[in-house]
Ligand binder design. Structure first.
Ligand code: LAN
Length: 753
């Protein structure tokens, strides 16, 4: 590594304070930041990348030192994630579904990480890497050459082959959001403006109207950089945080993600803070816009947006509010004292988030935004900024195509819970062959259970979380109804299996139950992080344009079912704990599930694509109270819906556009193993009587299994906020295994091949 270029960002997650050299390197780099050219190479040596698993904190390390390379060999999982040959042994061809499960587990076991969890890429959204990289740039955080190089490679690999732009997510059509921000990232990591990839992307951006046509969040980042002026950004006044709690639109009532994003947004908007001007910033002002930069009437473009980015157009209510804020509130009524009070309270809430997450933050948007706020408030060398810089690595993921940003700091608890359940569904938990794998997984969930509520929970508007599990890890520490449920089910299953120890005692199980019981909405349904705190009418204030259903919590069949099944399992083993509440919770929840059924018989999925995913959960809920195909109209209609979508080859295949449009849409690339698994699981849960349909789905899953036991990646599996897709690569293992295992147990005498 050239000393001058490969600079101070510590490539690991060790506490920065322990590294005496880092501080020195950081400060010397800061001084020549704007003058120095970012070193960038064609590619890095993929044999030097390692995934560090520090008790569930994941970060990718590039070993430049030969000694270190020898000391730390590349693991099977590293190679697999990087797309390098793994040379997994060929396994005997399975003749029945249970053998296929065993083969699948042989492979999947090798992907278990040292702390006992499963991890994977969690990419898909194309606006996350820009958050991280722009935050680095404006906070003068050096970018190591190997990061810069692989970010470039990833974005080059993901540029739309036809027009050279980038979309909202990897499978989406080119948009101004994706193109303006990722173009900016490429320039920051050192790609020249006249590189053919950039020329093509720029032409496309200009055809779409240039960056004046970007949505709100892109305008905000460009204003922070000083590439755009603040007048182009619709107002995000931090004084909204000063509204009394009873006010119906008060931000504490919003969905956790939007309020955590609004927080830093409002802070920097209020300060109208901009990064120090550099040569690159001056150049981007020329590159990103169609108009002559100096003559742009910024305020007139606040609401300009390319139709491709305008998934959820702003309502007239919001436009009126914005008009009043811009023309009356800001210039006439907003005193400096009010603004300052708003800023101070916003900063206080950011600081509480720092403390509650050890600066890991909720997710990949608010994290980088908070970094910039803290840089502005506390200065470049403050502990908060340095700790944020370290933790940003946990958002990044290295793969064959290059370096990308994950949706969260990992998928640890979620995927581990499903891995355990897949073994359970196949009836293999007592098989000594899988004992050590399962034991490690149990130890991981034991370690990751959240043991306390956050400090000053009410002050920072957090939900009870004691006894819960997060989607990723306990550092992030946001309990989610279904993540708590899936982890709890897995723990109960294993701890009740002979031969497994009780690592989590009854009291800790009760803590989880107490938390789960807080999630129910009066309607009976459950949402994700918190019960809804306001009605869906709040969506009239959705300013993000690119997303739907973002302002408040909604009830989801997926989350509701997970809680129902966790409570049902718990009730079997502890029939005396809060019995009445649990019984009534389940009853009301399943009633709600029924009301959420669509006229065609399916359920709309908000976190997986789409009807196939949610219908699986809904039918599981019904089955948990004994309602199946033969005795329930709801279950029957759900099954008939799925059967009507089965393809000739026995599989299912839903396109992500279904999430956007609310209509089932076939994927042009044909059957997908993950959706096929969801559908057959659903049919089996509902005791669908015509076995041939189930068998042909199972056969498709078996036929797609490779000779080493793995399944290959197919189309994207997940979604959020209706419009943005996100990858769940481990689903091709966990749900296929679950489907095969369930089949083997339910129909032990049936043959498929
Ligand atoms: C996730 C990931 C997990 C997901 C499930 C547990 C699968 C779901 O059942 C409940 C909701 C949850 C926890 C969820 C919520 C939204 C997240 C955090 C994400 C889809 C991952 C990324 C996304 C987050 C909002 C991305 C940042 C974008 C913004 C619009 C702020």
């Amino acid at each position: 590594m050239g000393k001058k270029d490969a600079t101070g960002v510590s490539s690991d997650a060790q506490p920065l304070l322990e590294k005496s050299t880092t501080k020195k390197r950081l400060s010397s780099d800061l001084t020549d930041h704007s003058a120095k050219r970012q070193r960038i190479e064609e590619r890095t040596d993929h044999g030097r990348w390692r995934m560090r698993d520090d008790k569930g904190r994941q970060s990718w390390v590039y070993l430049e030192d030969e000694e270190a390379l020898k000391d730390w060999p590349q693991s099977f999982a590293d190679k697999y994630f990087l797309g390098l040959p793994v040379n997994a042994p060929e396994l005997p061809k399975p003749t029945n579904p249970l053998d296929a499960v065993r083969n699948g587990l042989e492979f999947f076991e090798k992907l278990q990480l040292p702390s006992g969890h499963w991890g994977c890429e969690y990419g898909g959204p194309m606006f996350l890497l820009p958050c991280v990289v722009i935050a680095w740039y404006v906070t003068k955080t050096p970018i190591p050459w190997y990061y810069a190089t692989e970010i470039k490679n990833y974005l080059f690999a993901r540029a739309n082959p036809d027009d050279g732009g980038w979309g909202l997510h990897i499978e989406g059509e080119t948009s101004v959001f994706g193109t303006s921000l990722n173009y900016t990232v490429l320039r920051i990591v050192g790609v020249d403006a006249d590189h053919p990839v950039m020329v093509k992307a720029r032409a496309t951006l200009h055809k779409m109207g240039g960056a004046t046509h970007a949505p709100h969040w892109a305008k905000w980042w460009l204003a922070v950089m000083g590439v755009a002026q603040w007048d182009i950004v619709n107002p995000t006044p931090p004084e909204l945080w000063l509204l009394p709690d009873w006010v119906p639109i008060a931000p504490w009532r919003w969905w956790i993600h939007i309020r955590q994003v609004f927080l830093p947004m409002s802070y920097l908007w209020s300060k109208r803070w901009q990064a120090e001007e550099t040569e690159l910033i001056r150049s981007l002002r020329q590159e990103l816009f169609v108009e002559d930069w100096a003559k742009i009437n910024w305020a007139s473009h606040r609401n300009t947006i390319n139709p491709r980015d305008n998934y959820h157009p702003k309502t007239w209510v919001l436009n009126t509010v914005n008009w009043c804020l811009v023309n009356i509130w800001n210039p006439v009524l907003r005193t400096r004292a009010i603004a300052q009070k708003g800023e101070e309270w916003a900063m206080k809430l950011i600081e509480m988030e720092n403390e509650n997450t050890d600066h890991a933050d909720l997710a990949t948007v608010s994290g980088p935004m908070n970094t910039v706020c803290l840089y502005v408030k506390e200065g470049p060398d403050s502990y908060a900024v340095r700790r944020h810089r370290e933790r940003a690595h946990e958002f990044l993921w290295m793969k064959d195509e290059g370096l990308l940003a994950n949706g969260t700091n990992g998928v640890q608890c979620w995927d581990t819970a499903f891995a355990i359940q897949a073994v359970m569904d196949a009836g293999l938990t007592e098989d000594p062959r899988w004992r050590s794998m399962l034991m490690k997984a149990l130890e991981f969930l034991d370690d990751q259970q959240i043991r306390e509520n956050v400090k000053d929970q009410d002050k920072c508007y957090r939900q009870q979380r004691k006894g819960g599990w997060a989607f990723s890890n306990k550092d992030q520490g946001y309990a989610v109804s279904d993540c708590v449920s899936e982890a709890l089910k897995s723990v109960i299953i294993l701890q009740k299996t002979p031969g497994f120890p009780t690592l989590i005692d009854d009291q800790r199980i009760f803590d989880a139950i107490d938390t789960l019981l807080t999630y129910q909405n009066p309607s009976g349904g459950c949402s994700s992080y918190e019960p809804p705190r306001a009605g869906t009418w709040m969506e009239v204030l959705n300013a993000a344009e690119v997303f739907g259903n973002i302002m408040v919590e909604y009830e989801y069949p997926e989350c509701t079912t997970a809680v129902v099944t966790a409570l049902s399992l718990f009730r079997k083993h502890w029939p005396d704990y809060r019995t009445k509440e649990i019984d009534s919770f389940i009853e009301r929840a399943v009633k709600w599930i029924k009301t959420a059924q669509k006229p065609h018989g399916g359920w709309y999925g908000s976190w997986g694509i789409c009807f196939t995913y949610a219908t699986m959960f809904a039918l599981e809920s019904l089955a948990s109270i004994g309602e199946t195909y033969k005795n329930s109209q709801h279950a029957k209609r759900g099954c008939d819906f799925l059967i009507s979508k089965q393809r000739e080859d026995g599989g299912w295949s839903e396109h992500y556009r279904a999430c956007e449009t609310g209509e089932y849409i076939e994927h042009p690339s044909g059957s997908q193993v993950v959706m096929t698994a969801w559908a057959v699981i659903a049919l089996m849960k509902a005791d669908y009587p015509n076995l041939e349909h189930i068998k042909s789905g199972i056969k498709l899953i078996m036929d797609r299994q490779q000779s080493n036991g793995e399944w290959l990646q197919e189309a994207i599996e997940g979604v959020f906020n209706k419009s943005c897709m996100i990858s769940y690569p481990n689903y091709k293992f966990t749900f296929t295994l679950k489907a095969l295992g369930m089949f083997a147990r339910k129909y032990p005498t049936e043959t498929v091949v």
